[in-house]
Design a protein around this ligand. Structure first.
Ligand SMILES: [Zn+2]
Ligand SMILES: [Zn+2]
Length: 337
């Protein structure tokens, strides 16, 4: 079987905004693997995919980036296109967040629903919708499905009197629910992600969380079938205190167990609603672990920035993405999807 290559149709033109009729060529440095994009219609080169606002025009000889690799400085010579790898594999392209966030590989339009990061990312309401691709990568230390990063945190009630562990159920109640849900998922043909089980059914994990909007982790006991032609199932695990939004695992053989959110809970959906499902469901994380880590980081950042408490290195790294402008200049409203 030949390996799938990244095709120009995989790259969403709205992220690049170089011209009205773009034609994209994915490029990769043969030495270090650095990813770039060239628009062959208008001659614009994107030498750094984390900075799409820093595009360069080919006629700008002095600064043409394709003479050498912006990452490893390999000299591409006078015929850069001969030196560069223009047949980039899907695996290479999606191996990192840099490439992955620019391709459409999700079951629903992507967006991130969250509040402000005080002083860094603004929001004029309780929640705002941010471009999924504008988000910082998750620090590697948090991508640990045993959740050691969370278990290192003190119980929320020990440093914030607004939280009480008594609001979280006993572990025995979680254990019973966990077993029956694992069985229900198996009957539908899914294995629930380890990080999900470690998080949502753990009193030890949940008592270390604070939520600025009083969202609460509470897992449904049943999977909800997705009545779209592609099938799959939803499993609600997090709900806003005002019931204005809920987050679900979307279980599907092709998409794994990604995370989506919807404003109207699925039990209120009628048969007339399903044909419009793609307008009402947003993809927001590739994995539960990514979702949980990002949500924890952003929630804790909200409290700590508001209350001038110290930040961990991971939190500083997360904010650095915004203060350095790595969220990019995204020129359309996510609601237009
Ligand atoms: Zn162009
Ligand atoms: Zn290179």
């Amino acid at each position: 079987m030949t390996e799938r290559l990244v095709d120009e149709g995989d790259l969403d033109p709205r992220y690049f905004g170089c011209c009205d009729n773009p034609g994209f060529e994915p490029l990769q440095c043969p030495a270090c693997g650095h990813l770039m994009v060239n628009c062959y219609e208008c001659g614009t080169v994107f030498p750094d995919l984390n900075r799409l606002d820093a595009a360069q025009r080919e006629q700008d000889e002095a600064t043409t980036p394709l003479r050498s690799c912006p990452n490893c400085h390999l000299d591409f010579g006078t015929e850069p296109h001969n030196a560069l790898r223009s047949r980039v594999t899907w695996n290479d392209w999606t191996a990192t967040w840099t490439g992955r966030r620019l391709v459409n590989c999700y079951p629903f339009p992507p967006a991130w629903l969250a509040g402000e990061l005080p002083g860094t990312r603004s929001c004029d309401g309780t929640y705002c919708t941010y471009h999924y691709r504008s988000l910082p990568p998750i620090p590697a230390s948090l991508l640990d499905e045993t959740l050691s990063w969370l278990r290192r945190q003190p119980l929320a009630e020990t440093y914030d009197s607004r939280w009480s562990s008594s609001q979280v159920a006993a572990q025995s109640a979680f254990d019973a629910q966990r077993s029956s849900l694992i069985e229900a998922a198996r009957q539908a043909g899914y294995e629930l992600p380890v990080a999900f089980l470690n998080f949502v059914f753990s009193r030890d994990a949940l008592t270390r969380l604070r939520s600025p909007t009083d969202c609460y982790y509470s897992c449904d006991t049943q999977l909800v079938p997705c009545k779209m032609p592609m099938g799959g199932h939803f499993l609600r695990f997090l709900t806003d205190s005002q019931d204005c939004v809920s987050w679900h695992l979307y279980l599907h053989p092709q998409f794994g167990a990604c995370v989506v959110f919807t404003e109207v809970p699925f039990e209120e959906w009628g048969d007339d609603d399903w044909p419009h499902a793609a307008d009402r469901i947003r993809f927001c994380a590739e994995t539960f672990l990514e979702f949980a880590a990002r949500t924890w980081l952003e929630d804790e950042l909200w409290f700590r920035l508001k209350e001038a408490q110290p930040l961990t290195p991971e939190m500083q790294q997360y904010l650095h993405h915004y203060t350095q402008g790595l969220d990019g200049l995204w020129s359309w409203d996510e609601e237009e999807w």
